[in-house]
Write a protein that binds this ligand. Structure first.
Ligand code: IPE
Ligand code: IPE
Ligand code: MG
Length: 628
């Protein structure tokens, strides 16, 4: 189904955002309609890249849907009915989240977004808690109650959006990591949210009065000497106007306190700056004519709005081309409150399971299973917690394998390519999420020209084959390494396979080609130094997390198991940052002799290792340990 507002042939925001399923599409459209009712949020969402824009609409649309259920006086329903409607919605959300699907279009879009971006359901539940109070028709008495409500309802919505932004920018969403990376931002967050809440309470005043409601706490009216009866009769007084000016001034200062650090990815900083700017404009409009607030919602002056948004649009478009997001949705497991029920069907229901490639799932592409090993061997079954998430392999020994057979070294590289395919199928069979292989190092340029020539053509050939084989296997291929001095042919092959497989998710295969660990770290340091020199980054704000954002693949997880074939026991400049705490396994097997069973055996070795990370964990009962 083509989106209604997209000309034939044009790629809609839904398609660019990875939404192809018609039912899901409808859900996102409903969320978009809800978002459209806001002036500022919708304008800012237009500055976001498509996947993030859809996610923001989904979160906003769902918040709006539940808020509408509890709105005081919206449809004259008594408090008990509003509360019952809310509980019904929450119960349905619980059930839908467990199954990963919904018959309600808005919840469908929300759940799709939550699974795609691994949004924690906790903030949704915080919001429900706040709305329960609202459904009961509770009038907030004090500023303290107001702030409590704000931190539950508003902050949890803001938190969902912030989580999306941080994920997209490749910043860790772990609270400690956030506090280290951006302490000022975390502290300023609540101040900013309070300021937004006050601004909207003023802007929504006329609409609230229509329903006989005043959302500001009674304490605010008492402090200013404003009588509720005057407000309900829409009578402007000196006290009312001065209250509006004072509250707007405080909100203005609150927005100013929350400066967005330059460290934040430009694709995030540009919309956030625009958001704060538009809210300031809203406050200026409010202060310009306080009495009018009693009768209508203030509309932003179109000239000023345009002056703010036009350059932001240009900057955002430029940033999209210059600084692509390091993170793509769906690369981490969603956080679910309970394990979802296994899905029996991969078509027609719109069910998304954790680990599914969401985009291709909706496209319902045919999937191919990994080919079994000719011996009929099956992978060992290991408990999830004992499985490595990320295995990295130094595929060494091609030359010796060939020489031992009286063959040219080139033959060893060709046979090595075949071994990789078998290992890839084995990695899929055992359910590995990340496999990273060392294909060519920055030091390998020292080899004789004819070997370089055959090595490169074998690699290009292999990449072309991966480009055809990987999409049906749901394998995403990514490249880590430097461009120069690779040939255009090689760069084409690498970027083509990356492009073709970008939405695959069962396994991520990272090909390290023209890769050197020191070169990677040096490049990251150079880029950081540029940021500091340009005044966009404070040296004190550099943390391990922020540093990792400058590596070739910022969201590549830490290596759990580093495997080297060929008998040598060294790491040869491979992933020094990511493998800092990896378990090492060295095999004498020459790489072309390696097959998936060697991988599985290495994984079994890994499964019985004790990973202590410097601490002293209690022994796990019932698990046998190898000695030595
Ligand atoms: C690994 O095999 C492949 C690459 C380094 C590209 P080698 O070519 O290093 O094989 P050996 O170590 O000489 O046997
Ligand atoms: C490491 O193997 C590089 C790759 C496997 C691509 P090498 O054969 O180049 O490693 P060293 O030089 O023996 O350490
Ligand atoms: Mg070697």
């Amino acid at each position: 189904m083509r989106p209604t507002n997209t000309p034939r042939g044009a790629v809609s925001v839904y398609q660019r955002g990875g939404v192809f399923d018609p039912v899901l599409h409808q859900g996102y459209e409903a969320c978009q309609r809800a978002a459209r009712t806001t002036e500022i949020e919708y304008a800012v969402s237009q500055l976001l890249p498509a996947p993030l824009r859809l996610a923001a609409w989904a979160v906003y649309g769902a918040a709006r849907a539940v808020d509408d259920l509890v709105d005081v006086g919206a449809d004259g329903a008594p408090a008990a009915d509003r509360a019952a409607r809310l509980e019904e919605w929450i119960a349905a959300f619980d059930a839908d989240l467990r199954s990963g699907a919904s018959t309600d279009p808005v919840r469908q879009a929300l759940i799709h977004t939550m699974l795609t971006w691994s949004l924690p359901p906790s903030s949704m539940y915080l919001m429900f808690g706040a709305l329960r109070g609202e459904a009961a028709g509770r009038q907030l008495a004090t500023w303290q109650e107001w702030r409590d409500y704000s931190s539950l309802a508003w902050a949890s919505l803001a938190q969902q959006i912030a989580w999306l932004f941080l994920k997209a920018a490749g910043v860790s969403t772990e609270p400690e990591a956030l506090a280290t990376a951006m302490p000022e931002t975390v502290l300023a967050w609540q101040t900013m949210v309070d300021a937004l809440h006050v601004t909207d309470a003023l802007a929504d005043l006329a609409e609230d009065l229509t329903r006989g409601h005043v959302s500001l706490p009674q304490e605010a009216l008492d402090e200013a000497g404003v009588r509720r009866a005057d407000l309900l009769n829409r009578r402007s007084t000196v006290a009312f106007e001065s209250m509006v000016r004072r509250l707007a001034g405080q909100a203005h200062a609150g927005l100013g306190a929350a400066t967005i650090p330059d460290l934040v990815h430009p694709l995030i900083k540009i919309p956030l700056d625009a958001y704060a700017g538009l809210y300031r404009l809203r406050l200026e409009t409010v202060v310009g004519d306080p009495a009018a607030l009693l009768h209508r919602r203030p509309v932003l002056p179109s000239g000023a709005r345009r002056r703010l948004l036009a350059p932001a649009r240009i900057r955002a478009a430029l940033a999209w081309t210059l600084f692509p997001f390091p993170f793509h949705p769906g690369t981490t497991e969603p956080v679910l409150p309970v394990a979802p029920a296994p899905s029996t069907s991969s078509t027609g229901t719109g069910t998304v399971r954790p680990g599914d490639d969401v985009r291709t799932h909706w496209m319902k592409q045919p999937r191919a299973d990994p080919t079994p090993h000719p011996s009929g061997a099956r992978p060992p079954r290991l408990p999830d917690q004992d499985m490595p998430r990320h295995v990295a392999i130094i595929m060494d020994g091609n030359g010796r394998w060939a020489t031992a057979r009286g063959l040219p070294r080139a033959e060893g590289h060709r046979a090595g390519g075949e071994a990789l395919i078998d290992v890839l199928h084995g990695a899929l069979e055992i359910g590995l999420q990340y496999l990273t292989v060392y294909g060519f190092s920055t030091e390998n340029w020292k080899r004789p020209t004819d070997e370089l020539h055959t090595l490169m053509s074998e690699l290009v050939e292999r990449l072309r084959r991966l480009k055809d084989d990987c999409p049906p296997l749901d394998v995403r291929v990514r490249w880590a390494g430097l461009h120069s001095p690779l040939s255009p042919d090689m760069i084409d092959a690498l970027t083509a396979v990356e492009h073709t497989t970008q939405h695959c998710r069962a396994l991520t295969l990272t090909a390290c080609v023209n890769y050197g660990g020191r070169a990677e770290i040096t490049r990251a340091a150079t880029r950081l130094a540029h940021e500091v020199a340009a005044g966009r980054l404070r040296p004190a704000s550099i943390s391990e997390h922020s540093f990792a954002r400058y590596l070739h693949i910022p969201d590549l997880p830490d290596v759990d198991l580093l495997l080297r074939t060929g008998g040598d026991q060294r790491t040869s400049n491979f992933l020094p940052w990511q493998a800092a705490y990896a378990e090492l396994v060295f095999l004498d097997t020459l790489w072309p002799d390696m097959d998936r069973r060697d991988l599985w055996r290495a994984v079994e070795q890994y499964a019985v290792r004790d990973r202590r990370y410097g601490s002293v964990p209690p022994p796990r009962p019932g698990v046998s340990r190898r000695i030595g």
